[in-house]
Design a protein around this ligand. Structure first.
Ligand code: NAP
Length: 292
């Protein structure tokens, strides 16, 4: 890669940022397509975020990915939001277009595209359980309801947070769709989870280095007609996924969601299609080096 005075920039902004796999993913694709663009990590604070948003417009910066803790905090500094980002209330991609700073959320479609590719899930008439009610859960709940699932169970440690998410999504429900909320625990595992065709973990329980934790107390609810999706991708297969695989469920980790959101962001930044295989090879090079 050669950097010149014409080189354009894309950032991933967050705090901390050193753990991000996005530079490895995007730079692998940018290099392969021979684009004069570099993708860089940028650590910001809540105090420096507004200036970044102000200065990005009249610069050689094409856009940025946004990660923890700025996905919601950045919204007041943007000119417009995509429909998805508006309803989800979180932004993971900034696009500079015609001197406007536009906020998008590609986490939702990134997840959905991967789910469909990997499992052939058909949303209509489905009952789905979401474990967790934070940022990732919001995006996933939004897209699954938009694609036509019938029933969404939001199961969270903090019931108020699950209720807030229900209230946020309820105005967008179609006739026949419904959302219910539950506190995590054995009772919910016995009564709700066995009835679901798709169960998704959006909590960090089981993520490296906390590999022994699981988002459900047991796998007694699990059976072979279910798809079990863990948004975690380090380790590659969490204890939870392993235990559901043993019960015959179809399992998926979150690497495809990470790649899926990245590919969609790349298209917004560059106008080019990225090959997901290039993103995957960029990530694997970093994960392999770290021996996760
Ligand atoms: P977040 O907004 O902080 O939400 C975290 C959720 O997990 C909340 O519902 C929280 O429950 C629950 N939780 C946290 N610690 C818990 C514990 N010890 N016991 C029970 N519940 C707990 O975080 P997020 O942005 O949604 O990210 C969550 C996870 O999703 C990440 O760790 C990551 O693995 C995954 N993720 C993956 C991708 C991908 O591309 N694959 C993208 C985004 C996120 P309370 O409300 O009770 O606190």
């Amino acid at each position: 890669m050669s950097i010149s005075g014409n080189t354009k920039l894309i950032y991933v902004i967050g705090n901390p940022i050193s753990h991000s796999l996005s530079p490895a993913m995007h730079n692998t694709a940018l290099n392969a397509q021979n684009l004069d663009i570099v993708y860089l990590p940028l650590k910001l604070t809540l105090e420096t975020l507004p200036a970044f948003c102000q200065n990005i417009k009249n610069s050689n910066i094409l856009g940025a990915n946004v990660t923890i803790p700025f996905k919601e905090a950045i919204i007041p500094y943007l000119d417009t939001l995509s429909d998805e980002a508006q309803v989800i209330g979180a932004v993971n991609t900034l696009q500079v277009k015609d001197d406007q700073l536009i906020g998008h959320n590609t986490d939702a479609m990134g997840f959905y595209n991967h789910l469909i590719d990997a499992t052939k899930f058909i949303p209509s008439s489905q009952t789905v359980a979401l474990l967790g009610a934070g940022g990732a859960a919001k995006a996933i709940a939004y897209i699954l309801l938009k694609k036509g699932i019938q029933t969404l169970h939001i199961i969270n440690r903090n019931l108020n947070r699950a209720d807030t998410l229900k209230k946020q999504l309820s105005p967008h429900l179609e006739t026949g769709q419904n959302i219910s909320v539950h506190e995590s625990g054995q009772n919910t595992e016995e009564t709700v989870l066995p009835t679901c065709g798709l169960i998704i973990n959006t909590t960090p329980l089981g993520m490296t280095p906390d590999c022994d934790s699981t988002p459900t107390q047991s796998n007694a609810w699990c059976h072979q007609e279910q798809i079990v999706y863990d948004t975690i991708y380090t380790p590659e297969k969490t204890q939870w996924l392993k235990s559901c695989e043993e019960k015959g469920a179809t399992i998926c980790n979150g690497l495809g969601m990470l790649i899926g959101q990245g590919v969609l962001s790349y298209n917004l930044f560059t106008g080019q299609e990225a090959d997901p295989k290039l993103f995957k090879s960029g990530i694997e090079a970093v994960l392999w080096k770290k021996k996760i």
